[in-house]
Ligand binder design. Structure first.
Ligand SMILES: Cc1cc2nc3c(=O)[nH]c(=O)nc-3n(C[C@H](O)[C@H](O)[C@H](O)COP(=O)(O)O)c2cc1C
Length: 345
């Protein structure tokens, strides 16, 4: 049995990536019950919804599962920046007939905090993962108090060393190909970011804990390649997006299954932090990386009504269509089957 399987208590070296907004406990359960590590993204769950999902996981599997949180620091509101941001979106409000005065500002995603840690303590999830670094030492100690294993993503060798020094059990090496938000947290310089197969072997050499490869891995050959470069396992996101257990919207599914999925870019337009998604009209016209967009997660509020109105008309021009660079593994097959196939079974 491999090191990752020993550390996490799982049968297959496959972690289903937590993917906020496109899945809940159903996908996580299917993967955990198939022998991989299923993940529940919690960054956008209010306490009641989190409690309900944790109860479902506890009731429906005896296998390990992972719960995932963001740990960014919440930026102070910046009225001037918000105004400039809305100004740059004004032509779209006019086109879609939206009154910008009615748009509430506000965070869409909350960082991991003490109240959430106490809620988790009632359920004692076996694995807890973080994106954008780690919470403070006291919060991390609380999570460890029930024996949870801790995972976080590194996008550079420096981030991997930083995470190892703070005692994480497993490090995800997140390459530039990966879908969704970059985990980058020690810098905001995107020129530091590398592809998976450049980053992975460098992190493997730099740390002693098991390293999991993420980004662009979509089939069993990709998994074998990652293992050959020293990975203890893989974390796969995009390839699970068409599984029936995911809650990916019809619009997002159609884009993933089309040729449009071959063109992705990092964009901060939807949340304020760089994340990889399929190129949309908003990204093309504004440029995918904006200097005007407010800090994470404050950019979200001003785009949300555009997204909602366009989506109601079946149009994804303003929707975050998160995807990695390799959507070729996206198929509408049960997540258990995909998990077994990734593991070569
Ligand atoms: C739709 C989507 C949503 C994501 N949301 C999260 C999240 O909530 N938390 C997180 O840690 N990572 C998130 N990620 C990033 C994944 O953890 C992982 O790094 C990535 O999916 C791996 O690359 P791949 O998509 O090419 O498989 C997301 C990825 C996608 C595609």
């Amino acid at each position: 049995m491999g090191l990752l399987q020993q550390v996490l208590g799982i049968a297959l070296p496959v972690i289903q990536a937590p993917m906020a907004g496109v899945q809940g406990s159903a996908l996580a359960l299917a993967v955990s019950n198939a022998g991989g590590l299923g993940s529940l993204p919690c960054a956008m769950l209010a306490p009641d919804a989190l409690r309900a999902e944790l109860a479902t996981l506890r009731a429906q599997t005896t296998r390990p599962y992972n719960v995932n949180f963001f740990c960014h620091s919440s930026p102070p509101p910046d009225a001037a920046r918000e105004a400039a941001w809305r100004q740059s979106l004004a032509p779209y409000y006019a086109e879609l007939g939206i009154d910008p005065a009615g748009i509430a500002a506000g965070p869409g995603r909350l960082p991991f905090d003490a109240a959430t840690a106490e809620l988790l303590a009632e359920f004692k999830p076996p694995v807890v993962s973080f994106h954008f670094g780690l919470p403070d030492a006291a919060l991390l100690a609380r999570v460890r108090s029930w024996g949870a294993k801790v995972i976080s993503s590194a996008t550079t060798v420096e981030e991997a060393r930083w995470l190892e020094a703070r005692g994480v059990d497993v490090i995800v090496a997140q390459g530039l190909e990966a879908g969704g938000h970059r985990g980058i947290f020690l810098s905001d310089d995107l020129s530091t970011q590398m592809g998976t197969f450049a980053l992975l072997p460098q992190i493997v050499r730099a740390v002693r804990v098991p390293v999991v490869a993420a980004g662009g891995i979509a089939d069993a050959a990709g998994v074998r390649a990652a293992l050959a470069l020293g990975a203890a396992g893989v974390q796969v996101g995009t390839a699970y997006l068409l599984c029936p257990e995911a809650t990916t919207s019809a619009l997002h599914r159609a884009a993933l299954a089309s040729e449009a999925a071959r063109h992705t870019a990092l964009t901060n337009l939807y949340t304020g932090r760089p994340a990889r998604g399929i190129m949309t009209r908003l990204m093309r016209e504004q440029g995918p990386l904006s200097t005007v967009a407010p800090a994470f997660p404050l950019a979200t509020a001003a785009v949300t009504p555009l997204r909602a109105k366009a989506e109601a008309a079946g149009c994804g021009d303003f929707s975050p269509l998160w995807s990695g660079q390799n959507a070729s593994g996206c198929r509408p097959v049960p997540a258990a089957q995909l998990t077994r196939e990734l593991a070569g079974g």
